[in-house]
Design a protein around this ligand. Structure first.
Ligand code: C2E
Ligand code: CA
Ligand code: CA
Length: 443
């Protein structure tokens, strides 16, 4: 081959080996490196990074901003490479760092922490900051396997685990194979379910403990996985949060819940509906506008919608939460603190939160008719709420004895199997027809 042709062939090979946006190595090149480079060095560490909530950013700020973030992350990664390492972009918002040389678990983790520290932080756009966070999975050769296919798959499983943890870093473990396979199955199914509308909602009434009048229903998401069967929201909601599917899930639930609420009003039973927001939703600046638009489309006054946010998620990011809750308040929707009493906050932290309702967690309700300690907790919450002008709701009321005790302690409303289980939309409407509803004046 002529020298010129050889140079061209080299360049063409190089083009295929590089990602055109960031200039980093491509997935193909990484595969080759893992297969040969790690073997030559007696092993190595593969770090896989996923930019959290990248899809949200892309949707909200546009693809140019998304590209800018990818380029910035690539530069931060390439800024201080470990000797002999290869840095690659392996998927839209996923990167990899491969460091040759066998190391143990601790060094692997230290490596990961160093890379994470370099990559994370805010990126400034014209008039706003985007906060970059990554989830990282670690797979080490030879301990966790050898060869590109094994290492990549295991680092990816670890990365999925990492997305739900505080540190955002996880090393592959044998258990990930089983859990990871299920998680993947749940996630794939959920993505489809959000597309084809197969998620359902159940409605559980909130009832006055003194008059028996219905104040509204809480919407609870329900999903039957095609092969795994009925899954609890506690299994798939956290996964949706970790992968950015939560915003679609939340808007889907909101849309359905408002349609149901509209149908209750149309049936002459004006009651409200409550929707659960996850902690992550408070990070999404688009949500307030979406809620406003959905309310307008349903032709319901905002006060008929209550948004429930858990105590722990509000307090974890108090300043930010107060700001977002304030925006919801300006919209006119009601706000409730969910699972109150479990968040290890002191009661006075309720002060200054723009909320109207406090839902006392089931843990204090279960034995309220038997244990003086639980009665004391409920009493303290009721007193505090009274002084702050907040409504109280007891969750998980199953027995008449509990309802009686809660009423005498001054709790306003109750929710639980004692009144009704979560009901299908048709059941909810039929149930409602036979019940008195709270008079308008008390909203
Ligand atoms: P949560 O908001 O505390 O919802 C109340 C849970 O208690 C529901 O469980 C409900 O079925 C259950 N429950 C109601 N009454 C009783 C009772 O008398 N006894 C007992 N033992 N349990 C009762 P579910 O439906 O499994 O929901 C679990 C959690 O999942 C919810 O807790 C909520 O945090 C979350 N969740 C549900 N739907 C959504 C959603 O649309 N979005 C988000 N972000 N989270 C949701
Ligand atoms: Ca709730
Ligand atoms: Ca709750």
């Amino acid at each position: 081959m002529l020298a010129r042709e050889a140079a061209l062939a080299d360049r063409l090979r190089d083009v295929g080996a590089r990602d055109s946006l960031t200039g980093l190595a491509s997935l193909d090149r990484l595969r080759g490196f893992l297969d040969t480079g790690f073997d030559g060095a007696g092993g190595g560490v593969l770090l896989l990074l996923d930019i959290e909530r990248f899809h949200d950013v892309n949707e909200m700020l546009g693809h140019d901003a998304g590209d800018q973030i990818l380029v910035e992350v690539a530069e931060r990664l390439a800024g201080a490479p470990a000797p002999g390492s290869l840095i690659a972009r392996v998927a839209a918002d996923q990167f990899a760092v491969a460091v040759p040389g066998a190391v143990g678990s601790e060094i692997g983790r230290l490596n990961a922490m160093a890379v994470k520290g370099r990559v994370e932080g805010s990126i400034r756009f014209a008039d706003l900051n985007a906060d970059v966070r990554v989830a990282m999975g670690i797979a080490r050769s030879p301990d966790h396997g050898s060869g590109a296919a094994d290492l990549l798959r295991r680092a990816e499983l670890a990365m999925t685990t990492a997305a739900g943890t505080a540190s955002g870093i996880a090393e592959w473990e044998p258990g990930d194979e089983r859990d990871g396979a299920r998680r993947l199955q749940v996630l794939t199914g959920l993505r489809e379910a959000l597309g084809d509308g197969s998620l359902r909602l159940a409605y559980q009434p909130k009832v006055s403990l003194t008059t028996g009048e219905v104040a509204g229903f809480e919407a609870l998401v329900r999903w039957t996985h095609p092969t795994l069967g009925e899954l609890a929201p506690d299994e798939f909601v956290p996964l949706a949060e970790a992968t950015g599917l939560i915003s679609t899930l939340t808007t889907t639930v909101l849309r359905r819940a408002l349609v149901a609420c509209r149908s209750w009003h149309d049936a002459g039973k004006p009651v409200g509906v409550a929707v659960n927001l996850s902690a992550r939703s408070l990070d999404s600046p688009a949500l307030v506008g979406q809620v406003g638009a959905l309310l307008a489309a349903s032709n319901l006054e905002p006060r008929w919608l209550t948004l429930e946010i858990t105590e722990s998620s509000v307090l974890a990011h108090r300043t930010r939460s107060v700001e977002v809750l304030g925006q919801f308040r300006n919209l006119g929707v009601r706000l409730a603190i969910d699972d109150f009493g479990t968040g290890y906050s002191s009661l006075h932290q309720l002060r200054g939160l723009p909320v109207q309702e406090v839902k006392i967690d089931q843990t204090f309700v279960t034995s309220v008719h038997e244990l003086p300690q639980d009665r004391a907790v409920v009493h303290a919450i009721v007193e505090l709420c009274r002084s702050l002008g907040l409504e109280t709701v007891a969750e998980g009321v199953e027995l008449v004895e509990q309802a009686d005790q809660l009423r005498s302690l001054g709790v306003a409303d109750g929710q639980g199997f004692y009144f009704a289980r979560p009901l299908d939309p048709e059941e909810a409407l039929a149930w409602l027809v036979g019940q008195p509803v709270r008079s308008l004046a008390t909203y």
